[in-house]
Write a protein that binds this ligand. Structure first.
Ligand SMILES: [Zn+2]
Length: 532
């Protein structure tokens, strides 16, 4: 007689290691996978699921998520569970909630604003370990692990100062990164388009990354440029990790702007060549042709300097307005999002709470509605919403999205940025994983099912050296997702970013069912995962 807590029978098993699917049963005991194969003989199971021929895969691992603060209000993370995600990784793009020195709280509060989802944190932690302890005390429904953000570290040491770090400052930043690693971070991320990351040079990044080596850490970068200079930016990332002797990953890889479409062939070739030299580089990607940030991102960088009050002052000055609009229209020696979108029709307002009439409209339409030139309307909308908006930028080509997705160095990560209560977000937050399985596996055959699952499970797990996750085999954590491969699809779109996905039948975290037929079961069995 064999005793199990949970038995799943009659499943098409996709094991997360890119192997062809096979029919089988899986048995779970004490939160771990205890058996994979054909169950025979007498079995006593606490619970039994008949998969009915649906796919049983490892729970999806979202290697790129921005829920560092949202978790404090919403530890359940239904948006993730409903996609089949059982583990997500926070602290992305240089932005982590820790470490934080008491005298730097105000600065970090400002820095993390766009990823806070309306949460006003108590900041009742200082070290990375203390922050993880606070997460540990929450009723988590899925697992969470974290990276330390280079921007956060730099703020602790140098505030928002726009200059090269001194030797002492470098040493202090490296120490903070080391401490975070020792307390459970999986690596360090950077966001080199945002202050203060934008002020750091290549040497600073590689010097701090050197400290990660002893901890087996990885460096993930939202690079300095993702448009005209994307190839140079990839080379910088390779240089940083080569100098530091650690693995590296390009975050949310893309080439923005029509004239840059196709450059992803060069970037990925650059990474292949780096690998041939022994430099361990990988990539993650979300499956959409639009990026998401605020409308302010259309402004030249000199206009964006200082806080939002300074930005609004500049936008209210008539002479400045003429100059700003002229620069946006006629210069391209900077990351000009407006031009990369091919003009006003490619810039879509998703969330503009003070001017809700524009939600779901692009800047061309906003211009028509106001009887103004689209960029004039845009500046007014930035002022009216005081910079707090969500805007999607249609800047990538579908061919590039598919080219990147098919590449063997690329895994899936949602880059989910949470919405504040009542606000709206990019649909990737709620649709990424079912979208890959429905649109790119079933409908368009961009990926084989087994490849797609590997890019969501075994591949990210191995990247993170999370050796007990991402595969269906005995001894692994019982994080599992069952879905119908004939119906699975994302629901979220740019008009309704919260529309739920279809076809996810069961989600199991640490051996416990947390979702059945799109209903959350109320279980809070998620864990904080620390490196090592
Ligand atoms: Zn980013």
């Amino acid at each position: 007689m064999a005793y199990y807590d949970l038995v799943i029978k009659n499943a098409k098993i996709v094991d997360g290691n890119c192997n062809p699917w096979f029919w089988g049963d899986v048995a779970v005991k004490d939160g771990k996978i205890a058996f994979v194969g054909k169950l025979t003989g007498e079995i006593v199971a606490g619970k039994e699921i008949d998969a009915g021929g649906q796919v049983l895969a490892p729970g999806f691992i979202d290697i790129h998520a921005h829920h560092d603060f949202q978790l404090l209000r919403d530890p359940i993370m239904l948006s993730k569970i409903k996609q089949g995600v059982t583990t997500h990784m926070i602290g992305q793009c240089g932005i982590s909630a820790a470490p934080i020195k008491p005298d730097k709280v105000e600065l970090l509060d400002r820095y993390t604003g766009f990823a806070r989802a309306g949460v006003d944190p108590e900041w009742n932690w200082q070290s990375f370990g203390e922050y993880l302890d606070i997460l540990d005390g929450l009723d988590l429904a899925i697992n969470v692990g974290g990276f330390v953000g280079h921007g956060t570290i730099r703020i602790n040491v140098m505030g928002f100062e726009s200059r090269k770090a001194t030797t002492d400052e470098l040493a202090e930043m490296r120490q903070l990164a080391n401490d975070a690693m020792a307390e459970g971070a999986f690596g360090m991320t950077s966001g080199l388009i945002y202050p203060p990351g934008v002020y750091s040079d290549t040497e600073e990044l590689s010097e701090i990354c050197k400290g990660l080596k002893q901890y087996n850490g990885v460096y993930l970068s939202h690079m300095r440029n993702e448009s005209n200079a994307v190839v140079e930016a990839v080379k910088e990332t390779v240089y940083v990790v080569e100098k530091a002797g650690i693995p590296g990953q390009i975050s949310h890889h893309k080439a923005m702007g029509k004239k840059n479409w196709g450059l992803v062939k060069d970037t990925l070739r650059t990474l292949e060549e780096a690998r041939q030299r022994g430099i361990d580089m990988t990539v993650d990607q979300y499956p959409y042709t639009a990026a998401s940030t605020t409308l302010r991102a259309i402004l030249p960088s000199w206009v964006q300097e200082g806080g939002i009050d300074r930005v609004i002052q500049r936008l209210q000055d008539p002479d400045n307005r003429v100059k700003i609009i002229d620069e946006i229209k006629n210069t391209d020696d900077w990351e000009n999002m407006f031009q990369h979108c091919g003009g006003p029709a490619g810039v879509m307002l998703v969330y503009t709470p003070k001017t809700p009439e524009f939600e779901g409209k692009n800047l061309l339409q906003a211009g028509e509605m106001t009887g103004k030139e689209p960029l004039e309307a845009a500046l007014d909308i930035i002022i009216a919403n005081e910079g707090s908006d969500t805007t999607c930028y249609f800047m990538m080509s579908e061919d590039d999205v598919k080219y990147i997705m098919k590449h063997p160095l690329v895994m899936i990560g949602s880059d989910s940025i949470p919405a504040a209560p009542g606000a709206k977000c990019h649909p990737r937050t709620n649709g990424t994983f079912p979208r890959v399985l429905g649109k790119y596996v079933r409908e368009e055959r961009t990926l084989r099912l087994e490849e797609a699952i590997w890019k969501m499970t075994g591949f990210p797990a191995s990247r993170l050296k999370m050796h007990n996750k991402g595969l269906i085999k005995p001894g692994m954590d019982a994080d599992l997702t069952i879905f119908n491969p004939d119906t699975v699809i994302d629901g979220a779109n740019f008009e309704d970013p919260f529309k739920e996905p279809l076809g996810i039948t069961y989600v199991i975290v640490n051996g416990v069912i947390v979702l059945h037929n799109n209903n959350y079961t109320g279980e809070t069995v998620g864990k904080v995962i620390r490196r090592g």
